[in-house]
Design a protein around this ligand. Sequence first.
Ligand SMILES: C[S@@+](CC[C@H](N)C(=O)[O-])C[C@H]1O[C@@H](n2cnc3c(N)ncnc32)[C@H](O)[C@@H]1O
Length: 259
Amino acid sequence: MDGKQRKKIYSRWMEYAPERWWGDFVDIRFFLAHRLRELRGKTVLDVGANIGVIAYEMAENGNRVVGLDTDCQALEIFHRLFAHKGWDTETVCGSMERPPFAGETFDTVVLGWSLYCLGNDERKARALERLASLVKPGGALYFVEANRRCYIQGHGQECFWTVAEACKFLESGGFRIKEVVGWNPLPSLVFWLPWRLKNALPRKLVMLLYPPGRLVRFLPGWYAFFKWIGSCAFAWKYCRSYYIHCVKTATPPPASGNS
Ligand SMILES: C[S@@+](CC[C@H](N)C(=O)[O-])C[C@H]1O[C@@H](n2cnc3c(N)ncnc32)[C@H](O)[C@@H]1O
């Protein structure tokens, strides 16, 4: 994705909901949008669609996108964003834990930094099972989230996984991994401090000392560099976030405790 396209995405945030903007000029979701812009003629469920900035990237290329989110106010902005282009808007205010669809309806499901909202593996597994049942055989799932190992981003939080854990989880849900990209492995200024000391620092200070996004975006070629290094497995361990594209291979086994 070139700088012009990234600027367009940023302007959409600024115009429609600046307070909801990702806050990072080198965010992995620029890469997610890049990959999703390659889709044509697909029926897509964008889970945790928020104001529809990612959905917009797909709709612009002739895909039918349904936005699902628990945040109804965000979906109202989604409507405005799409109405401005004269596109039909399909949104559902509801939870991915009980998606109100039936059968293998979608070619593609997008989980763009939203599955972690469920907090624990049990809820996530149940939601994935339900979402997988909506994907046509051979259909795709795009997954983006923070890396639990990354001090700045995942911050050791249980709701996030490492790259390996996420791959294992998706495979156990009946998906075959097609592409993994670990995004932004650059260390922060506090990287060298002992783990315990880093953890004791106030979060606000840590974010202030978190230079890469602010500085790196001015370096020519950063995007191509992130893309290249992110495809090398050694960069996955401490990368800030990661992207996984996988394909549905089988009906996943039922999750235990499913209600
Ligand atoms: C970090 S935001 C990501 C938004 C968007 N995908 C993006 O990348 O800009 C997570 C989104 O997931 C939504 N969300 C949280 N819990 C959800 C649930 N149970 N079902 C559907 N969406 C949910 C939130 O309202 C929020 O819009």
